[in-house]
Write a protein that binds this ligand. Sequence first.
Ligand code: B12
Ligand code: SF4
Ligand code: SF4
Length: 369
Amino acid sequence: MKAALIARARAEGFDLVRIAGPDAAPEAGARLAAWLKAGFHGTMAWMAATANRRPAPRLVWPDVASVIMLGVNYGPAEDPRAATARPERGAISVYAQGDDYHDVIKGAQKRLAQWLVASAGGDVKVFVDTAPVMEKPLAAAAGLGWQGKHTNLVARDFGSWLFLGAIFTTLKLPADAPERDHCGSCQACLKACPTAAFPRPYQLDARRCISYLTIENKGPIPREFRAAIGNRIYGCDECLAACPWNKFAVEGRALRLAARAELKAPPLAELVRLDDAAFRALFAKSPVKRIGRVRFVRNVLIAIGNSGELALAAEVRRRLDDAEPLVRGAAAWALGRLDPAAAMAEATARAAAEPDDGVRAEWHYIART
Ligand code: B12
Ligand code: SF4
Ligand code: SF4
């Protein structure tokens, strides 16, 4: 049965498939609790709200007898760090350059789960990312790879470029052995992080992570991280790309996950002009659409502020009167970076006319410095 399951999973596009028992990651609960207690989840309140169930598959579904852990390789064709050396363009992280992996993987998972029920009986539930399940410790327990010091799962054959998904089943399937940690004395990922987001190896303070700051964070990006974000406008790949195990990585084979040409390194000048309809059209089916136009243009303005391209100041000026305070505030900061003298000259008048407290604070800051 297990051999047939593996063959079927491969045919559906999964690169790795292994099995864990529902209690296979006993240390995850205490580690999650410590992470939450330290406040490392920031504003991701949903992590805390589901903290008791998250590390305990049986609390998510009491009937679960086995967890089928699945991995999909999304290895990029080129080193994604090249995009951060083009300041007039935006760097979108590899995972978000193609179709939304939640949609791509969930479809394949559902087909695999239906096949399992038809072939061997039992009942199933399918999870990818969004459910209260700790996918990385379960995947490590099933032996797909190990949780590296950057906290993501690293696989011997695919490096850091794997999406994870889980199928819970009531069938008792033979569990696989866990993979051991192959990080050794390496610290490449820890050293590569632009915002020093790892307080210790194997622990991430999400509040400092560019992925969190550009995707999950709904408010203004804290000033202390803006310069370090560079031109990363959606997620970040620095710690993943630094991993030496990527030398075994191969390009992903799922066509819908492959990078769309227009999302590889789009010009900031075009992105900052997007209105709501144009944003939704450009990012149809992409995970980027999840953050909406306002948060996205906020990110683009931070990247423009870091670009050093004075030619982009005219685009920034058009956003100073945007209807959204989040956009206006980021535009003020970007103008202050690109053309400090011009920004300072109008800061006091802008602050006096500004109804939003946060945006006013941006102008006051420019006026003071
Ligand atoms: C919340 C979340 C985030 C948050 C927080 C990330 C984090 N590391 O917790 C933010 C928004 C920052 C984020 C960013 C990213 N994410 Co994310 N995210 C998740 C999510 C929804 C939950 C993760 C979680 O449970 N965190 C809580 C912490 C406590 O758990 P943990 O990370 O496993 O932490 C463990 C270690 O700290 C370890 N530990 C602690 N102390 C010690 C000590 C020792 C000695 C050891 C060995 C271990 C150890 O134990 C903890 C518990 O297992 C998962 C999907 C899911 N449902 O699992 C995706 C997921 C982890 N994300 C994913 C991806 C792809 C990313 C990004 C690469 C996206 C991008 N390019 O921008 C970045 C990577 C940033 C990074 N270095 O982690 C993938 C990772 C795939 C993989 N190969 O591992 C997942 C699994 C989604 C998926 N289905 O594919 N993400
Ligand atoms: S994704 Fe980027 S910001 Fe986040 S921990 Fe990794 S290197 Fe640091
Ligand atoms: S870069 Fe080094 S320390 Fe980080 S996950 Fe890869 S092997 Fe482990």
